[in-house]
Ligand binder design. Sequence first.
Ligand code: MG
Length: 173
Amino acid sequence: MLSPKIQEALNQQINAEAYSAYLYLSMSAYFETESLKGMAHWMRVQADEERGHAMKLYDFVNARDGRVLLTALPAPKTQWSGPLEVFEDAYQHEVKVTGLINDLMNLAASEKDHSAHDFLEWFANEQVQEEADAKLIVDQLKLVGGQGLGLFMIDQELGRRPASAGAAAPAAT
Ligand code: MG
């Protein structure tokens, strides 16, 4: 059983992860129009991963006999000045999500919900990688000045990202 506070907070996090998926899909659509197919692919995989995060929370709420309540998603940004701005936005977004996970873990601790706290540790660790991945791409884009052959090579590299493992199957809780 989940406390009402934890249930509400987990539902908010499901919304936040679903919004992340929506935002990254919007970034993917932008890259499609810019003919940056590798970046479009990378963002599409990222969107799948975020949906996987939402579903992991969804499964946890259900496993704890809670009630998942889906709510409206804000419209994502649709236009950027170039790849650097997109990945800077992605990095800032991940920093924000890390803060949300930390808040959720603080709540789980104050509500003495140890299983929720343990469960959320996976997300806290995942955020380390999410921030590092986005930051590395920001730095690489800065290195090449966000254009020309350097941009082409980064696009090629990002196009090799493997599909998200967690996208299709429900995550174990
Ligand atoms: Mg996420």
